[in-house]
Design a protein around this ligand. Structure first.
Ligand SMILES: Nc1ncnc2c1ncn2[C@@H]1O[C@H](COP(=O)(O)OP(=O)(O)O)[C@@H](O)[C@H]1O
Ligand SMILES: [Mg+2]
Length: 247
């Protein structure tokens, strides 16, 4: 697929839980090679949107088109096989397994041979800066490395589009800088990335375009500088202090 062609299109996606509309009529497209940010207050519907895109929830309305395939309502493993993978906000590695073995599980989704999966896992572990911890049990990792393991597990499935759900939250400044660097590098190598994040400063540095969700609706979309000045975004989410800090 050529750079800039649409890799993901959301068409009026709606997801309800009983009487609550968690995602309301959301539409946007993502060109191949983009690094898109999604922000919004707690409960805005960000994770639910990822769950719909990656097949964990079937939407009540709308369509998800990935790489020319209508994947609406398809199961996660089928969507993953097409090249769309996500991380989970609450990271859940297999605690008793080593870092490499956790990553191998991702690789085995597309590689039939255990040996090939191990080689691929070792490569991804290095890419994600986890080489020194390859044999460490996942449960012994501090949060910063566990978040990186979560990215590594997703990467091992061989995605062309990677959805990252708050992989920067809870990290100290050093871990945060390392994660920003990793995401930048993966993007520079050609991966299309959608990042959900609460930490606005990191998002401002990372994304070239940001979609803002509020009560399940898209209230703004644009480059970070414009988003930081947008009246609806400031009122709903950022607050005046953010605007003053940016001035
Ligand atoms: N499985 C679920 N069942 C019922 N309500 C849910 C479920 N998942 C999320 N919600 C609700 O949907 C809304 C959006 O949640 P979520 O997508 O997790 O928001 P965000 O990730 O932006 O913080 C919230 O009001 C949340 O309580
Ligand atoms: Mg969330």
């Amino acid at each position: 697929m050529s750079e800039g062609a649409t890799i993901l299109a959301l068409e009026r996606v709606t997801k309800r839980f009983g009487g609550l509309t968690a995602v309301a009529d959301v539409s946007f497209t993502v060109p191949a090679g983009e690094l898109l940010g999604i922000i919004g207050p707690n409960g805005a519907g960000k994770t639910t949107l990822f769950n719909v895109i990656s097949g964990y929830y079937r939407p009540e309305g709308g369509r998800v088109v990935f790489h020319g395939h209508d994947v609406t309502g398809q199961p996660p493993h089928a969507i993953c096989r097409l090249g769309l993978t996500r991380t989970f906000q609450l990271v859940k590695p297999f605690g008793n397994l080593s870092v490499t073995d956790n990553v191998m599980i991702g690789a085995l989704t597309r590689l039939a041979s255990v040996r090939a999966a191990r080689v691929e896992a070792q490569r991804v572990v290095e890419t994600c800066g986890l080489g020194a911890h390859a044999d460490t049990r996942a449960r012994a990792l501090p949060i910063g490395l566990r978040k990186r393991l979560e990215v590594a597990r997703a990467l091992a499935t061989g995605p062309r589009l990677l959805l990252l759900d708050e992989v920067m939250s809870g990290l100290n400044p050093t871990e945060l800088a390392a994660m920003v660097e990793l995401i930048r590098r993966l993007h520079a190598e050609g991966l299309t990335v959608i990042v959900i994040e609460h930490i606005m400063a990191a998002m401002m540095r990372l994304a070239r375009r940001i979609v803002v969700l509020h009560h399940g609706e898209t209230i703004a979309e644009g480059p970070p500088a414009a988003i930081g000045q947008d009246r609806r975004v400031v009122d709903a989410y950022l607050g005046e202090e953010f605007v003053l800090a940016q001035a």
